[in-house]
Design a protein around this ligand. Structure first.
Ligand SMILES: *[C@@H]1O[C@H](CO)[C@@H](O)[C@H](O)[C@H]1NC(C)=O
Ligand SMILES: *[C@@H]1O[C@H](CO)[C@@H](O)[C@H](O)[C@H]1NC(C)=O
Ligand SMILES: *[C@@H]1O[C@H](CO)[C@@H](O)[C@H](O)[C@H]1NC(C)=O
Ligand SMILES: *[C@@H]1O[C@H](CO)[C@@H](O)[C@H](O)[C@H]1NC(C)=O
Ligand SMILES: *[C@@H]1O[C@H](CO)[C@@H](O)[C@H](O)[C@H]1NC(C)=O
Ligand SMILES: *[C@@H]1O[C@H](CO)[C@@H](O)[C@H](O)[C@H]1NC(C)=O
Ligand SMILES: *[C@@H]1O[C@H](CO)[C@@H](O)[C@H](O)[C@H]1NC(C)=O
Ligand SMILES: *[C@@H]1O[C@H](CO)[C@@H](O)[C@H](O)[C@H]1NC(C)=O
Ligand SMILES: *[C@@H]1O[C@H](CO)[C@@H](O)[C@H](O)[C@H]1NC(C)=O
Length: 499
């Protein structure tokens, strides 16, 4: 289903498309971004290396602060609210009067709370590149990176996206090159797990182009492994380092100057990535190559708009936030994990892609995986993507349609699952299964399924900085936190073990 080379290349591409016309001038936006978000000084991350030779050093970044860390909080004092800022936020009434300093604080808080998400294919058949599948995530005691999964699956490592990934891991993350044509186990263990940081609260967590299932990690347990790039590193590698560009592919141009020094960040120090993240996909002196030109003219306005409309900085209810376009969905920080998180505890929950695996045997395998690991399971409906490239780059998706798998939620969470939710779920499952027997799903199929499911399922939003405890996994849009059911019992057994 996802074996097309073109699809692979799209998966590496980032940017933003033309929004509905708005009243905001580009200059006002630029000023606003600078006054609201630029840091007085940047925290240089030095020693950004992969794991040490023994493979057990998960702490990869050290901060080189010129001043003491505590004055991070008064950086915003320099930033004054301007009329330009008010003009920008006039579209978002809830933000119009918020001082820049407070917006910066909220950016940081939401960035720390955002989902750390990795999408992987259900099976290795037709997968875009080697990665863990339901099978490895079921069996292995650690969450493996793509190189380790490739070794288990006897993958062919030469050519394709793997070459781009290898080069950018070396050039941006400082990983050592492999001595042979593929990695040894030891070399593979020194590489990283790709993460899409879900600031824009996509319902799938990551992007459907990256896999059928998203694993969301427990930030409390993995935060010391996180090292962040402001943009998709595969795309940055192709467009800015001119390395590993496959065949006759023309990557969309980036604004490579937007990220001076290629300084990575951490969840505690990421202010210096905010502007590079917003600016990277907009190179004002370049035109987009086909098929990316189908998405029209874009500017940094689009990324700023997406940030304030979609992230939890906005106070708009999750059900009401505007859709994302293809480009905004690529606006993630790449918050990679330099280490192998231990299973099951490092994964908080799973999200299945409705379009790809709802109503399929792979979808059933996903339910069994979640049950086996006692992980909550959600489904993301609003990420439908058409296949033809020109349509894909010119599509918006609701991407706020996440709901709890009802049988799973009843077992593993305290969600208030409505009576009849499981029966309706199974009816829609059968309907989709039947449709898939003769054809591909259409956007209309997905829309109809959503209209049948949405009234009687537990629809949820990703957690934000301000609500629910660390043992929680979602926010029921009716208002309640959805948390692990056996949290108290688990705590007790851990205590008993210690004693
Ligand atoms: C591995 O892939 C490369 C490039 O796609 C190809 O040339 C080579 O024949 C493949 N090797 C094997 C053993 O399949
Ligand atoms: C913008 O794109 C053009 C054309 O691809 C490229 O030559 C130029 O270096 C890019 N500018 C920056 C700042 O990256
Ligand atoms: C690149 O981004 C910087 C801001 O980081 C901006 O000043 C510059 O004009 C941009 N260059 C291009 C070619 O878009
Ligand atoms: C995109 O580029 C192709 C090839 O150059 C061209 O034929 C097409 O008209 C362009 N489309 C738009 C919308 O500019
Ligand atoms: C992009 O989508 C819009 C709205 O659906 C449509 O009007 C426009 O023609 C599309 N552009 C291209 C180049 O396909
Ligand atoms: C994009 O902008 C250029 C220059 O401003 C303009 O000539 C062109 O028509 C625009 N294209 C679209 C699809 O809006
Ligand atoms: C839920 O728990 C029941 C009882 O242990 C079990 O039979 C059922 O298979 C579980 N279902 C899921 C989806 O975990
Ligand atoms: C489904 O879509 C894919 C990609 O466009 C295509 O290759 C395949 O033939 C389609 N399958 C059916 C049953 O139409
Ligand atoms: C995340 O990890 C922390 C620390 O072990 C734990 O207290 C919390 O319950 C975990 N949350 C989930 C949802 O697994």
């Amino acid at each position: 289903m996802k074996s097309s080379t073109l699809f692979v290349l799209f998966a590496l591409v980032g940017g933003q498309s033309l929004p509905a016309a708005g009243p905001v001038g580009a200059i006002a936006v630029e000023k606003d971004v600078k006054s609201g978000f630029v840091m007085r000084r940047s925290h240089q991350v030095v020693g950004a290396i992969c794991k040490d030779a023994d493979g057990n050093d998960h702490k990869v970044a050290s901060e080189n602060d010129e001043d003491d860390e505590d004055d991070e909080d008064d950086e915003g004092n320099e930033a004054e609210q301007t009329s330009q800022q008010r003009a920008l936020f006039a579209e978002h009434r809830d933000l119009a009067d918020e001082p820049a300093e407070s917006l910066l604080r909220r950016y940081r808080a939401e960035a720390r709370a955002s989902e750390i998400a990795h999408a992987f294919p259900a099976t290795s058949i037709g997968a875009m590149w080697p990665d863990v599948t339901i099978d490895e995530v079921h069996k292995e005691p650690w969450f493996l990176n793509e190189w380790q999964a490739g070794l288990l699956q006897h993958s062919n490592f030469s050519g394709g996206p793997k070459a781009v990934n290898d080069l950018t891991q070396q050039q941006i993350y400082g990983c050592r090159p492999f001595a042979g044509s593929g990695p040894t186990w030891k070399e593979a263990a020194e590489r990283l797990i790709y993460i899409a940081h879900n600031m824009l609260r996509l319902d799938f967590g990551s992007l459907p182009g990256f896999g059928d299932v998203t694993a969301v990690f427990n930030t409390t347990l993995v935060r010391d492994m996180v090292l962040i790039s402001p943009h998709d590193t595969g795309q940055y590698g192709m467009a800015c380092l001119h390395e590993g560009v496959p065949g006759n592919f023309t990557p969309p141009p980036l604004n490579c100057s937007a990220w001076p020094g290629q300084v990575l960040g951490t969840l505690d120090h990421l202010d210096h990535l905010i502007l590079p993240n917003l600016y990277m996909a907009y190179n004002t002196s370049a035109t987009l190559p086909f098929p990316f030109n189908a998405s029209g003219n874009r500017s940094v306005r689009n990324s700023i708009r997406a940030l304030f409309q979609r992230s939890a900085i906005s106070k708009v209810a999750y059900e009401d936030i505007p859709p994302v376009d293809f480009w905004a969905s690529f606006q993630f920080l790449e918050a990679n994990l330099l280490g192998n998180p231990r299973l099951p505890e490092s994964v908080k929950y799973l999200i299945g892609s409705f379009q790809e695996i709802f109503g399929t045997p792979e979808g059933r395998a996903l339910q069994r995986l979640a049950a086996h690991r006692a992980w909550p399971l959600f489904w993301a409906v609003g990420s439908y993507m058409p296949f033809p490239p020109q349509q894909m780059v010119n599509t918006t998706t609701a991407s706020n349609r996440r709901f709890a798998d009802p049988a799973n939620a009843a077992n593993f969470t305290d969600a208030a699952v409505p009576a009849g939710a499981a029966a309706t779920f199974e009816e829609v499952w059968s309907k989709i299964e039947e449709a898939r027997a003769s054809r591909n799903l259409t956007e209309a199929d997905v829309a109809e399924a959503w209209s049948l499911l949405s009234p009687g399922q537990v629809r949820v939003a990703p957690l934000t900085a301000e609500v629910c405890g660390d043992h929680c996994v979602a926010l029921d849009v009716r208002g309640a936190c959805v948390c692990l059911k056996d949290h108290a019992a688990l705590g007790t057994s851990e205590l008993a073990l210690v004693v």
